[in-house]
Design a binder for this molecule. Sequence first.
Ligand SMILES: *Cc1c(COP(=O)(O)O)cnc(C)c1O
Length: 339
Amino acid sequence: MDVIDLRSDTVTRPTTAMRAAMLAAEVGDDVYGEDPTVNALQQRLADDLGFDAGLFVPSGTQSNLLALLAHCERGDEYLVGMDAHTYKFEGGGAAVLGSIQPQPIMQAADGSLPLERIEAAIKPVDPHFARTRVLALENTWHGRTLPLDYLTAAHDVARSHGLGLHLDGARLYNAAVACGVPAREIARHFDTVSICLSKGLGAPVGSVLVGSHALIDKARRWRKVTGGGWRQAGILAAGCLHALDHHVARLAEDHHRAAYLAGRLREIGGINLLGQYTNMVFIDVPAARLRELDAHLKEAGIRISIGYLPTLRLVTHLDVDDAGIERTADAFAAFFRQH
Ligand SMILES: *Cc1c(COP(=O)(O)O)cnc(C)c1O
């Protein structure tokens, strides 16, 4: 039985065609800037998104960290959502490694940072305070897309205070596909954007940070300092280029499947559908039944993650097809029928 893994879109495995592209990659030593496939990937994303340059790194966590290290000096701060990945799920890296203070801001339900909270959090220039330097947003956030007019407004507020803007665009292409705009239409509001190729796009490894020559040069130095300089990484970059060529438009299928799954789950007594956004479905189930549900789904070859009781997040991706969604919905229905 095929296992249907709905824990995250990070679980995708490279397709046969992607593996072939990786096998055929031309490579060189990237620390010398001589890997042609890495260079092609970096330039491809920089051009697509409207920036000077790109930097290929192993993870989104490192990409966000390098962006903050490039924007900020010791004693600076960044404004960031209290539930943002860059604040909450990256081990406090900017503080640990950069002496950069986060200023978390309570997000609105749609994932935006309300403009008045941003303005209120910006510190005066005064030796008592850290220097507020950057506004960091996330799109998509828990699957939600930030409204395009919000991006314009947030950009204007940040600029009026002389702040830089960074986007954690781990799922930027999901946002672009869902909003029906080219990704650069979202990216253009920012000085740096981090993109994960290893999520719904289906590459095995890799993120790219894009920005100006000046910011990317700084980020490249910090990549080396943090042990991220790599050599014949073109084998990985080839997988990422393949993903950009073949797996962007199809993200719409993941969104449709998530919407269909949400519709099926909504009909099941015992499940409270909290929402569906792009490739993510959020449900509440009675906490007392959670372990039993998990075991039942495991029997049916379905993996979910039950980290945060009692809310479950189900994520669709490249390795989940229509039949997998049907099987998932049927397994949930059977469980709640029995109980
Ligand atoms: C996954 C993710 C990251 C970090 O990516 P890793 O490659 O797992 O380090 C950053 N931001 C968001 C929103 C993510 O979902």
